[in-house]
Every structure is written in C-alpha cells, then in structure tokens.
Design a binder for this molecule. Sequence first.
Ligand code: B4P
Length: 190
Amino acid sequence: MINIVLFGPPGSGKGTQSEKLIKKYGLSHLSTGDILRNEIAEGTELGRRAKSYMDAGDLVPDHEVIAMLTRRLAGSKDSPGFIFDGFPRTVEQAGALDQELEKLGLRVDIMVSLEVEKEELIKRLLLRAKDTGRADDTLEVIEKRLEVYTSQTMPLIDFYKKMNKYASVDGMGSVDDIFGRIVRVVDDCK
Ligand code: B4P
C-alpha cells in the first residue's frame, strides 16, 4: 500500500504521469480536476457551482472539493493505494486529506513535486488547447492558474517538507524519462 500526492503547477504532467503510475502500481486515481470536469459534463449541481471558478482559473472552494474527495475515498476503501492528482491544492485541503486518511488507518507516504519551467508549462497547455479545446487552456486563464498555484498551492511544499514527505522531481524532458525519475523516488519510499 502506498499513497502518493502528485504535485506540480498546471501543465507539469500530473495527469500524464498518473496514468503511467496507475498501470505500474495498480493504484486508484483520484484526480479532482477530472472529477470536477465530469460533474460539469453531467450537469450536476456541483458541476454548475464549480464551472465559473474553473473557467476563470480559480480554485473551486475548499469545502466543495474536500466533501467531493471524502465521498470518493469512502467509496474506495479496499484500494491498494491512491494517487492524489491535483489534490491537495491548499493547506486546508492537505489537513483535511490527512484527517480523512487517518479515519481509514492510512496516510500520505510521499509528495512528488514535478518541477517544470514556466515557458514549458505554457507551451504544453497551449498545445493541449489545440488537441482538446479545454476551456481553461487559454493564455489568460493559464497565467491566472499559474498565479493561483504560486500564491495558494506552493505553500504545500513546506507543509510536506516539515513531515519529511517532499520529493522534488525534474519534470522537464520526455514523459518516459520523467516517469523513470518518479519510479525511483516511489520505490525508495516503499
Ligand atoms: P487539473 O485538472 O488538475 O489540471 P492541470 O493543473 O492543468 O494539470 P493536468 O494534470 O491536467 O495537466 P498535465 O500537467 O498532466 O485542474 C483544473 C482546474 O480544476 C483547476 O484550475 C481548478 O479550477 C480545479 N481544481 C482541480 N483540483 C482542485 C482542487 N483540489 N481544489 C480546487 N480546485 C481544483 O498535462 C498538461 C499537458 O502537458 C498535456 O497535454 C500533456 O500531454 C502534456 N505533457 C505532459 N507531460 C509532458 C512532457 N513531459 N512533455 C511534453 N508535454 C507533456
């Protein structure tokens, strides 16, 4: 059993690397971005409330995301471990994650932080915009998401450093090379 927080700015490869980690370790994937986009696609109340925040590049309020994550965790009790992709994004979310995991007798084992240069992040997301047409992949919204990452999400690095769970990984280069770096870090902590 291993529980991994996959961390990094928008476009750092969290979703991309999660897919490969799931295949290798058989973990359950909890991507708050994917769950929220599904809620929007299905036209749920939560989706309607989340859409304006996501379209503007803001974070969806903590209480909404924490409640959503808690429901998913409770429904996957028998999982061999989790990849938390895009969650937590605030210190409040990180505290809530610890509390919820503790109720299940679990904990975060490692926080893998993907480090990517800003120009590369913007390049990747603008390329994705062409492929998928995601509403939040416009230059203006990308810049906003990067600001939000710096002000609200980066403080989590200290949160996990204090618990000796922080591992920095170079997120520049090919998807496979980056995956190899992540696997080394994960295997070391098992
Ligand atoms: P997310 O869905 O988490 O989106 P993201 O940060 O853009 O990262 P993603 O995982 O999709 O992209 P990746 O880097 O893999 O969040 C979207 C929004 O949802 C947030 O802005 C917020 O509003 C809301 N939200 C989500 N979670 C929340 C929370 N916990 N609290 C509050 N709000 C929340 O990939 C990007 C692109 O790069 C892809 O096209 C990929 O193919 C490419 N790529 C990846 N690796 C590459 C490489 N090595 N080389 C070249 N290209 C690469």
